[in-house]
Ligand binder design. Sequence first.
Ligand SMILES: NC(=O)c1ccc[n+]([C@@H]2O[C@H](COP(=O)([O-])OP(=O)(O)OC[C@H]3O[C@@H](n4cnc5c(N)ncnc54)[C@H](OP(=O)(O)O)[C@@H]3O)[C@@H](O)[C@H]2O)c1
Length: 283
Amino acid sequence: MNTLPGGPVTIAGKTVSRLGLGTMRLTGPGTWHDPHDRQRAIELLRRAVHVHGITHLDTADAYGPHTVEHLIREALHPFPEHLLVATKVGMIRPAPNRWAALGRPQYLRAAVESSLRRLKVERLDLCYLHRVDPAVPLEDQVGALAALRQEGKIGAIGLSKVTAEQIRVAGADQIVAVQNVLNMHSRYDPVLDFCADHNIAYVPYRPLNGGALATSRAPMTGALRWLLRLGEHVAPIPGVSSPEHLDELAVAAGGFQADGGDVQLDPVPAQSENGPQKRTVSG
Ligand SMILES: NC(=O)c1ccc[n+]([C@@H]2O[C@H](COP(=O)([O-])OP(=O)(O)OC[C@H]3O[C@@H](n4cnc5c(N)ncnc54)[C@H](OP(=O)(O)O)[C@@H]3O)[C@@H](O)[C@H]2O)c1
């Protein structure tokens, strides 16, 4: 019997719940500044960890910007040892809904130092390069994070929105997690198998396709379990701002068993937005 929702996965040296929580939606509109109800966001974070036993939180300095890292500290600091707080650096926010990659090594260093202060920790458990900045050699961007890891300011390094080739260039042996889009509407990503082969956790972001896979026509449970069945290295991070949705996710992942012994749920119509379905997984 699993006590961790979705079962266990080891990321950055911690064994955490395969059901993680994406926190990008705990801001105002446009992923900008405070949410409408700050206290509700804080309570949602506490509920995820203390009530549901979710032990993988995904955030980024760019959410707000800075807002969600502040909220996570307010909600949960001092962080329990078993909680993995993953953050990301390398994107700047000129305005609501606007995002830009910035991967200059000096900037990445300053961003990590700022996240350490906001989260009030001495070391970031897991720090992703949020986007590869095409204006800076990838080796230099990952090199900056590797230097910070050497110094003990980062526990482990992740990459976001990358190809297998980029992981190779970054050095697959020093990457512990990769975050890419994967969901039932966008079913194919060769990086999924690459990660399995290289012992890298695969963290599907936008797992409900921004909510399009959480409707009466496309039930959320089927979409979540489809991801969980893709491999034991898969650790989805659905985003919620409503506590009711959080509870539903926890229930959906709570009964999941990797061996397929869980209850079979309503099938969701198969679609693909990302080209050919080279890998087919039934629900
Ligand atoms: N690495 C990257 O570049 C990147 C990019 C995008 C996102 N992310 C990460 O991935 C996380 C997830 O992505 P996302 O939040 O964009 O999309 P998502 O998880 O695919 O969908 C979130 C939406 O689904 C709704 N939802 C969740 N559970 C539901 C339920 N049980 N019933 C009905 N609706 C439900 C939420 O509604 P409510 O808000 O009303 O609860 C929200 O509108 C983010 O929070 C972030 O941490 C990373």
